[in-house]
Design a protein around this ligand. Sequence first.
Ligand SMILES: Cc1cc2nc3c(=O)[nH]c(=O)nc-3n(C[C@H](O)[C@H](O)[C@H](O)COP(=O)(O)OP(=O)(O)OC[C@H]3O[C@@H](n4cnc5c(N)ncnc54)[C@H](O)[C@@H]3O)c2cc1C
Length: 366
Amino acid sequence: MPEVVIVGGGIGGLATAVAFLRQGLRVEVLERSAEITEVGAGLSLWPNALRALDVLGLGDAVRARAVEEGAAGIRDRTGRWLTRIDAEKLRAAYGSPIMLHRADLVDILRSAIPAEALRTGVTVAEARVDGTVVHSAGTSSGDFVVGADGIRSVVRRAVCGEIRPRYGGYTAWRLVVTPHQPVTDMGESWGRGERFGYAPLADGRVYCFATANMPAGTASGGLAELRARFGGWHEPIPALLAAAGNAEVLRHDLYDLPALKTFVAGRIALVGDAAHAMMPNLGQGACQALEDAVVLARVVTRDGDLTAYDRERGPRTRMIAARSRRIGAVAQLSFPPGVALRDALLRAIPGSVQLRSFAPVLDWRC
Ligand SMILES: Cc1cc2nc3c(=O)[nH]c(=O)nc-3n(C[C@H](O)[C@H](O)[C@H](O)COP(=O)(O)OP(=O)(O)OC[C@H]3O[C@@H](n4cnc5c(N)ncnc54)[C@H](O)[C@@H]3O)c2cc1C
């Protein structure tokens, strides 16, 4: 019998499984998909997440498949810098962020878990505070149950009832492009109610993402819409969109969760998006799931007091989710005088102030 039943085999569930295995506990991961994979897109991992991966013994394997992020910043649609981050100073203060393909991170996490601990094609219907999990293949039970089943978690119902995700007011596209000319820099450009970002991956391909304000559920024209919206922005954005050929374009309306009062009930703990799905503006959703994993395994093996996990993770993830939402509100401004004021203010912020503002998020130690 497993000691820990983990519902969900995404980044949060897999990382939690690795964290418990390293503490010598038996785990079972229940994943509804037939295969454990990730969507075809990039992922930025900040130094706080890399410290969590180091605790899991996987930091170097992840770094080996990633690109260290260099100079970055925010531009306007013409390419004029609004803010710039000095990569050397960032590295000296906190360590370097990296960019990698999501599938690589999932592959590394999955490879650290014995195959018999991973049960795919199993959909969980209910989790109970006594440690029972009801699913499509019967039931499982453990000393602890981890809800790592994402923003629409069913496990969460046993912790805090029905909590509805909130639409953030904008949608996101993601794609991976093989450029005609190498792209070595990275960054994000802000317009009026729209943004476009790009970052090179280790194999020379480039991860691109874009956002635009629109009602939830609006139909999208895929690549044609991206070209219409962003084809007139600064280079290399038009070149990347021209090189995209028939690249698969992922499109998701962006939701987050209102702050939960608690992540734990009885034998159940929530991790990752099930606990604190956040807008992606800080690139911290998966990073926080990795932190959750190491803290939860530490707390459980220390004395099993899940409320200690709640006390440690609740305030931090709430702070980061709130920040991420606020940044999105500024980044997605569309009223022209508001955009002009935003851009002027951003240009006026000294680099040193910017750098210090990262501290509460990036200074995390396990
Ligand atoms: C556009 C965008 C860009 C982002 N960029 C970044 C970034 O650069 N850096 C970063 O750190 N974060 C980023 N994030 C956030 C990050 O993707 C998420 O926070 C992270 O993937 C959450 O992982 P998770 O394992 O908690 O949840 P999920 O990835 O949602 O995994 C949940 C798993 O549970 C399974 N599941 C669900 N229900 C059941 C059930 N009933 N029974 C069994 N299995 C079930 C699902 O199939 C899935 O495999 C981004 C998010 C978006 C939308």
